[in-house]
Design a protein around this ligand. Structure first.
Ligand code: F6P
Length: 376
């Protein structure tokens, strides 16, 4: 019997609902269509650093059975491993990327599927330059990867935000409070914008539209005058004032978090209403993936195997409209895909009545129109 071709898959970066659906689709498509074996790499790139190749093993069909709806990743993930700068005990770093090349060769693995975000794909690009055949799968709840209209995990995350807002409304209404809901998204406001629309938030603060606390307070006061003594405001973790810095978690220089505390203080100084803030944090990334995410993740996994079969290395699978497509991994590194501040979704949200408390005054025309018609 001729030896079966081997491909491998790793999941790097933060976990994300739908990762297991990708893994399952890869293993099954590789076997069903091509008769290939799939091998798993444990904990992202870290698996290549384990002694005796213990972080690399054959992923059987049994192992991926029943995981389509399971959150997390059966492979494990790591968002701290840079294979080109692995920390040493003495505080310096060492380039261990040759170990990836050697491990793949030793295990007769011909191609690697990297499921990850921009950081993972920057590393993948450097590995491609070393001769490794790589196909990428975009992954992040933030929905901000260039080249694809959607990333899996995003739908689940906005479902969590939408539900949280629904729950917070009852307290906001009963206690006549302003509830601030801080959501993830890093440098982009996709989760805040979609989650805010899904939950019917009165204001949405996103990094792409620097906010002015006076305008936010004005929106909240307009609602009070209208008889609504409560408001729910979605605050993206990257929200900021013009020229203002983003807020990082205490003791961490690269992890955002805590801006809603600042916005709460700003509002307390400007309104008489009680203000509360909650940070949804990792609840947005955990748990069961939505059916949409399972479907998208499965399609991307199938398509990744197809790209390998086509010899289309150096590409990331992508979704354009409803169709599967691809995008050069090299271009993923050009930075995140941001919410267009003058795009249709922002305009629609404004017409529905949401404010972005835009410091540049881009909400004002909408607020004036509402005021003319007696709306808050
Ligand atoms: O990129 C996904 C994401 O969840 C961001 O929205 C968030 O800023 C970051 O990861 C949190 O990372 P960590 O899990 O390391 O705290």
């Amino acid at each position: 019997m001729p030896r079966k071709k081997r491909i491998a898959i790793l999941t790097a970066g933060g976990d994300c609902p739908g990762l297991n659906a990708v893994i399952r689709a890869v293993v099954r498509t590789a076997e069903n269509v091509h008769g290939w074996e799939t091998w798993g790499i444990r904990n992202g790139m870290e698996g290549f650093l384990e002694p005796r190749d213990e972080g690399i093993w054959r992923l059987t069909r049994q192992e991926v059975s029943g995981i389509v709806a399971r959150g997390g990743t059966i492979l494990g993930a790591s968002n701290r491993c840079d294979i080109f700068a692995v920390p040493r005990k003495d505080g310096t770093t060492r380039d261990e990327s040759d170990r990836v090349v050697k491990a793949l060769k030793r295990n007769r693995i011909e191609a690697l599927i990297t499921v990850g975000g921009d950081g993972t794909h920057q590393m993948a690009q450097r590995l491609i330059e070393k001769g490794i055949k790589i196909v990428g799968v975009p992954k992040t709840i933030d929905n901000d990867i260039r080249g694809t209209d959607r990333t899996f995990g995003f739908d689940t995350a906005i479902g969590v935000v939408g539900e949280a807002i629904g729950r917070l409304y009852t307290t906001a209404q009963s206690h006549h409070r302003v509830m601030l809901v801080e959501v993830m998204g890093r440098d982009t406001g996709w989760i805040a914008l979609h989650g805010g629309l899904a939950g019917g938030a009165e204001a949405i603060l996103i990094p792409e539209i620097p906010y002015d606390p006076d305008r936010l307070a004005h929106k909240i006061r307009a609602r009070v005058e209208y008889g609504k003594r409560f408001s729910v405001v979605v605050v993206s973790e990257g929200a900021r004032r013009p020229q203002g810095a983003m807020v990082y978690r205490e003791g961490e220089s690269d992890r955002l978090g805590g801006v809603s505390f600042r916005v709460a203080e700003e509002l307390r100084r400007r309104t008489v209403l009680e203000v509360r803030h909650i940070v949804l944090g990792h609840t947005q990334r955990g748990g069961v993936p939505s059916p949409y995410d399972r479907i998208l993740a499965s399609r991307l996994g199938q398509q990744a195997v197809q790209l390998i079969a086509d010899g289309a290395f150096g590409k990331m699978v992508a979704l354009r409209g409803e169709r599967m497509s691809s995008w050069p991994i090299a271009k993923v590194a050009q930075g995140p895909r941001r919410v267009p501040p003058r795009g249709p979704l922002v305009a629609q949200a404004r017409e529905i009545g949401a404010s972005f408390a835009a410091a540049d005054g881009s909400d004002d025309a909408y607020a004036d129109a509402r005021a003319r018609h007696g709306a808050p």
